[in-house]
Design a protein around this ligand. Structure first.
Ligand SMILES: [Fe+2]
Ligand SMILES: [Fe+2]
Length: 339
């Protein structure tokens, strides 16, 4: 599929504009301000990688093979799915993987745009350094997911509506700490869990290697958010803190309630409502939806944002058990921890 286009051929459907506005801040103090940020920036420079040469793009991928184990398919016991031919079932598998990776792709674009905003709006020079390196990381992530989807799966889905809503909020809110909270703590925290899950399950050396490299970068991005915001909320007036609580609760619900079955149902002509319900009720998916928050919850706690309201909301979402879990330990378990 040739997607090369002349600049003049770009049509409105290829573009999507939102108006953003925030204070850009020069910083005339060039010394370090936040402990740990310089070290993180050094680490980022050491860990740069080139996806073009470091990944083996020559690997053959059969997009209809069982890259994700069949047991993980929430439609496994759904009548209309069971009645499908083997070929059609393979088509559903293909669609599901393409759908998930497409959301990663679009999320990465949102991350790239957010990181570029952070360069401008953060009030410390070392955070500007770090955010600049993150822009490069995110460009690479967009690049690799796009390439895998285009060359290996040859199928791409549009962005999920809830993910789009959250990205819009992050990009348009003028307060810089919301950009961190939304992107570094929530979106990237969720992404780390989803990547970790895919990494452990996937049976394809290229996607595994790609995810491994991306996860190493993402783990630093989450750390960037935590280091930057640590202590920031300690003396915040109650009304301002309330805005942060609302944001965390609403964004968490938005991400939990992504209607992930609709596109797949449409591909096969299945009933949207039935597929949605099945995915909501499936024990595999329920466990997965909780597990997604295994990094978000402890980091919210670390930032001093586990207020009674947030705690209640997390308890209701059945994700409060992660409050004291250790994201570094999770990194070590995935083999991506480095010094
Ligand atoms: Fe990324
Ligand atoms: Fe990231």
């Amino acid at each position: 599929m040739d997607r090369t286009k002349q600049a003049s051929d770009l049509i409105d459907a290829d573009l999507d504009r939102i108006l953003t506005s925030f204070h850009s801040q020069y910083v005339w103090h060039y010394g370090p301000v936040k402990e740990g940020l310089r070290d993180l920036y050094e680490k980022s420079k050491r860990e740069q990688w080139n996806a073009t040469t470091q990944l083996d793009w020559g690997i053959d991928v059969d997009p209809e093979s069982e890259i994700i184990p069949a047991a993980m398919n929430p439609l496994q016991d759904y009548g209309p799915f069971k009645r499908c031919s083997a070929k059609e079932q393979a088509h559903v598998r293909h669609a599901m993987l393409a759908w998930q990776l497409s959301q990663f792709l679009h999320g990465e674009q949102g991350a790239m745009m957010t990181a570029s905003q952070l360069v401008s709006c953060v009030p410390w020079i070392d955070a500007k350094y770090y955010a600049s390196s993150q822009v490069m990381d995110e460009a690479r992530h967009v690049e690799v997911f796009d390439r895998y989807l285009r060359e290996k799966l040859e199928w791409e889905f549009p962005i999920n509506e809830n993910l789009r809503k959250l990205l819009d909020v992050i990009l348009t809110d003028s307060r810089w700490d919301f950009k961190y909270l939304g992107m570094q703590i929530l979106v990237e925290g969720l992404a780390m869990a989803a990547f970790g899950n895919l990494y452990q399950m996937a049976d394809d050396p290229l996607i595994k290697e790609l995810i491994y490299y991306v996860m190493r970068d993402e783990s630093r991005h989450v750390a960037f958010g935590v280091l930057s915001l640590e202590g920031f909320y300690a003396d915040m007036p109650e009304n301002e803190l309330r805005d942060r609580e609302d944001f965390i609760i609403e964004a968490s619900l938005l991400m939990r309630d992504r209607l992930i079955g609709d596109d797949i149902a449409d591909v096969m002509g299945f009933d949207r409502g039935e597929v949605r319900q099945l995915i909501l009720d499936s024990p595999v998916m329920q466990a997965f939806r909780q597990q997604l928050f295994a990094r978000v919850v402890p980091n919210v706690n670390r930032l001093g944002l586990m207020t009674p309201r947030v705690r209640d909301a997390f308890a209701e979402m059945k994700i409060l058990q992660f409050a004291d879990s250790d994201p570094e330990e999770q990194d070590r378990a995935l083999g991506i921890a480095s010094d």
